[in-house]
Design a protein around this ligand. Structure first.
Ligand code: FES
Ligand code: FES
Length: 157
């Protein structure tokens, strides 16, 4: 067992973990943060995307011990203290950028990472940034629109 110390969604945790434990399992099974889903077992779908020290990562391809000393933000940590959504969360809701919602946490976390680096992306840049995130429902159009809307760019419905 290895000791890890990590801040997740603003709360500090200290735990003993197996060195092989994946970050996604640590978040879901140990911390009960089930807002981040597991969508595949191949590191392909991006549903499990979280922010680790300012970079979006697929938490099924990172070990919990790699987050030691770091800071993780999941989709559950985005809303404000009173539960108010971020502009990106609101845009996904208002632009109907989800159907089943399984991909949504990962889409939002990957889009958040994009907008941090590129606050006014083109739709091609949005598509490129979300290439690692699969959606089986929406055809992506409304997801791209939502990200553009969250960046303050007026887009059609
Ligand atoms: S569950 Fe991590 S990429 Fe699919
Ligand atoms: S909304 Fe169902 S997988 Fe994207």
């Amino acid at each position: 067992m290895t000791r890890v110390s990590v801040k997740v969604d603003g709360t500090n945790y200290e735990d003993e973990v197996e060195p092989r434990l994946l970050l996604i399992h640590y978040l879901r099974d140990r911390l009960g943060l089930t807002g981040t889903p597991i969508g595949c077992d191949t590191s392909n779908c991006g549903a499990c995307t979280v922010d680790l020290d300012g970079e979006s990562v697929k938490s099924c391809s990172v070990l919990a011990v790699q987050a030691d000393g770091g800071e993780v933000t999941t989709v559950q940590g985005l809303a404000g203290e009173n539960g108010e959504w971020t502009a990106l969360q609101r845009a996904f809701h208002e632009r109907h950028a989800l159907q089943c919602g399984y991909c949504t946490p990962g889409m939002i976390m990957a889009a958040r990472d994009l907008l941090r680096d590129n606050p006014s992306p083109t739709s091609d840049e949005v598509r490129h940034a979300l290439e690692g995130n699969l959606c089986r429902c929406t055809g992506y159009q409304n997801i791209v629109r939502a990200v553009l809307a969250a960046s303050g760019q007026e887009v059609g419905t």
